[in-house]
Write a protein that binds this ligand. Structure first.
Ligand code: COA
Ligand code: AMP
Length: 240
């Protein structure tokens, strides 16, 4: 099948404010562009990339979604810790990841432009560039409209739709577990995802107004190269 990756990124005063991706048939590009162009609330630069994909593999999404709400960030983070341990992350490594995201994983301060890769056994950081990190790209839902309807009907958000696609691809690429919370100061729900736990939404993983967020992918160090190639290059469509 002849498919195209349509990617949009927007920035305001030099800061990334919005990013999104779709994998679609060439005929659907005008409609998708309309949708992507309407996504950022405000920007001074918006860049769209259209890329014809060679081969696209289709997989059934396999992470069931569950959702938990707590009365404090401390309780929510302890719960995230317990889920990471269930996923196979040693407690000391899981604690390291939580404090890394809470302090800002970019050594120059603030957020990274992608995810931290963390050795699941030692907690060592493996991403070649600690300000950039690694981004998961070339992934989408096969029948996005239907999946969106189902996710929204369960009371989840469109963010969940996108993050769930990302998390499924990550696991397919060999990531053992993922921890995420947004850098949006108003979005307090994060998640732990792994084969053993499924996709576990957790609220609130940070305090309202906190601009720090990020992702940590727990991986076996010896697979770093192949996992990076898969996350960045392998095109994957997910079936619900
Ligand atoms: N955060 C911060 N900066 C970003 C960025 C992001 N997510 N994505 C791109 N940029 C900026 C960076 O400066 C980057 O340079 P770098 O590679 O040195 O970091 C530059 O744009 C070019 O990036 P590139 O990788 O070529 O962009 P792309 O055209 O392949 O698009 C996106 C990547 C925007 C599609 C991807 O990052 C994205 O946001 N995907 C959607 C993820 C999603 O659904 N998230 C929701 C889950 S809650
Ligand atoms: P968001 O969920 O969009 O608020 O993003 C939270 C954090 O995840 C960002 O601060 C980045 O560090 C990281 N991130 C953003 N996009 C990606 C991506 N495509 N792949 C991996 N990490 C990402």
């Amino acid at each position: 099948m002849d498919l195209v990756s349509a990617r949009m990124r927007a920035s305001l005063k030099g800061k990334h404010v919005s990013g999104a991706e779709r994998i679609v048939l060439p005929d659907d590009i005008p409609e998708v562009l309309k949708e992507l162009l309407n996504r950022p609330k405000n920007y001074d630069s918006l860049i769209v990339t259209l890329e014809r994909l060679g081969s696209v593999e289709t997989f059934k999404a396999f992470l069931p979604v569950s959702s938990y709400t707590f009365s404090s960030v401390e309780e929510a983070r302890e719960f995230a810790l317990s889920k990471l341990i269930v996923a196979g992350v040693p407690e000391s490594v899981a604690r390291r990841a939580i404090s890394l995201l809470s302090e800002g994983a970019n050594p120059k301060g603030g957020n990274m432009r992608g995810a931290v890769l963390m050795d699941i056994n030692s907690g060592e950081r493996l991403e070649p560039d600690r300000e950039r990190g690694i981004r998961t790209v070339r992934v989408d839902w096969e029948n996005r409209r239907d999946v969106k309807e189902r996710i929204l009907s369960k009371g989840y958000t469109e963010r969940t739709l996108d993050a769930l696609a990302l998390a499924n691809k990550n696991i397919l690429c060999g990531v053992v577990a993922e921890l995420c919370w947004s850098d949006d100061p108003d979005y307090l729900t994060g998640y732990v995802a792994s084969k053993k736990t499924g996709y576990v939404r957790i609220t609130p993983l940070k305090e309202k107004g906190d601009p720090l967020g990020g992702r940590v992918y727990f991986i076996p160090k010896e697979k770093t190269g192949e996992i990076i190639r898969c996350l960045e290059k392998r095109a994957i469509l997910l079936r619900w």
